[in-house]
Design a protein around this ligand. Structure first.
Ligand code: PMP
Length: 418
């Protein structure tokens, strides 16, 4: 008998399917703007020069072995990663209120963050899965919903993106925050919002934080692109640091996939900030003990390689300075592509606008992605007529554009819009 006869067939992951289709396409001008992975100006995957150096140091270091890491991860990594996001002088770090564990990249951090809240978030005690709501921006990274569902939480949309302006719907977002039940949990993209590229300004973040304080909401920060948005690590951590300063209860998920190009090495961290450091209600020690238990039961010990690389980079001032250079070169190339695309559509092709402000959203959006404002039919036309691979919501990975294909892309956009 087929004991899995009732197992439903799940469709392939949309993004990874795009890449597979792209690879199978033999058209010479094909363009892949689907997956969010950095490409250099030749369209090739990029190993950061500083990462190459760190790998050589590791290979030549005969004191390193292949023993298990501690359950929380490589200590030199976990202490440095907290400083990177919260800042050297963070009151939360100084007061010993931060519990950090090394995770399987940003995905693992999101998974543990939600699983931890599901078990221990006080206001959720005795609640059902349907009542353990994590509010997520509409839209958000599609995997957020799968991850939260899989650990017994329920993702529910909050208003964020306004298709009419191709920008932030701040009023609707703030109203939603105000009318949500006290102590609700909200997922926030720390910077470089995926998929829209639309981030609040500092003034807007301040308004958002004030409502969190007033309502006692919990901020679940996902920080997958620190450094990638503006090219500056501190700048991109501003929102998180502001929330810490305002004493908003929060956790932060970190990923080194994008900013160190360590996609496949799966290195990230979860940082839970407690209100107290000691063994008291909300205390960091209790939180830490449960994070360790969770890690032990899921993967026992985190993997070593990515942690060693990032730890070298974060703890050696010279390598750290080089990393900052590498990050800003990636961010600058993306910003340059934004300017070029804007210029081609606006000035060369005089392409009819899809939003109220011409094509200026291309340059005002930030990070790896741009929400072009193209509709599903136009995206389909780009794929079928131009061999341009992008998701049906009109999101493009800016990193997929380069000097050799941007003209072709702009020309195709112009054709499908007219
Ligand atoms: N959060 C967001 C918003 C992302 O865009 C990504 C990467 N696509 C991640 C988390 C996690 O990625 P990874 O597990 O590769 O670090």
């Amino acid at each position: 008998a087929d004991v899995f006869a009732t197992t439903p067939l799940n469709p392939p992951d949309a993004i990874f399917k795009l890449t597979a289709d792209y690879k199978a396409d033999t058209f010479d001008k094909k363009v892949n703007l689907g997956v969010g992975a950095y490409r250099d100006n030749a369209g090739k995957p990029f190993v950061l020069p500083v990462v190459r150096k760190a790998k050589i140091l590791i290979a030549n270091d005969e004191t390193l072995d292949h023993e298990y890491l501690p359950i929380a991860g490589l200590p030199a990594f976990t202490s440095a990663t907290g400083k990177l996001i919260f800042g050297e002088d963070s009151p939360a770090l100084k007061e010993g209120r931060v519990s950090t564990i090394q995770t399987i990249s940003g995905t693992g951090a999101n998974h543990y963050g939600a699983a931890f809240l599901e078990r221990f978030y006080g206001p959720w005690a005795g609640k059902t899965k349907e009542e353990k709501v994590i509010y997520v921006s509409n839209p958000t990274w599609a995997n957020h919903k799968s991850i939260f569902n899989s650990v017994g939480c329920t993702p529910v949309d909050y208003p964020y993106y306004d298709p009419k302006t191709i920008g932030l719907n701040l009023t609707a977002f703030l109203d939603f925050l105000r009318s949500a039940p006290a102590q609700s949990v909200f997922l926030l993209h720390a910077c470089a919002h995926n998929p829209t590229g639309v981030d609040p300004t500092r003034e807007q973040w301040k308004e958002i934080a004030d409502i969190f304080t007033a309502k006692g909401h919990y901020a679940f920060f996902d920080c997958a692109y620190q450094g990638f948005a503006s090219g500056d690590l501190d700048n991109d951590a501003w929102a998180v640091r502001h929330f810490v300063e305002k004493k908003v209860p929060l956790l932060v998920c970190q990923s080194y996939a994008k900013n160190a190009g360590l996609y496949g090495e799966r290195i990230g961290a979860l940082n839970v900030v407690a209100s107290h450091s000691g063994d008291v209600e909300g205390g960091a020690q209790r939180i830490n003990s449960q994070l360790l238990l969770m890690q032990r039961s899921e993967i026992s010990n985190p993997p070593t390689f990515g942690a060693r690389i990032v730890s070298l980079i974060l703890n050696d001032p010279k390598l750290f300075a080089e990393w900052k250079q590498d990050i800003s070169s990636m961010a600058e190339r993306i910003i340059l592509m934004r300017k070029k695309l804007f210029d081609l559509l606006e000035n060369k092709y005089k392409t009819p606008a899809v939003g109220p402000n011409g094509w200026s959203h291309i340059t005002s959006q930030i990070g790896m992605f741009s929400f072009t404002g193209l509709n599903p039919q136009q995206c389909k036309d780009l794929l079928e007529k131009g061999h341009i691979y992008l998701t049906a919501n009109g999101r493009i990975s800016m990193a997929g554009l380069n000097e050799s294909n941007i003209e072709y892309f702009a020309e195709c956009v112009d054709k499908v819009v007219r």
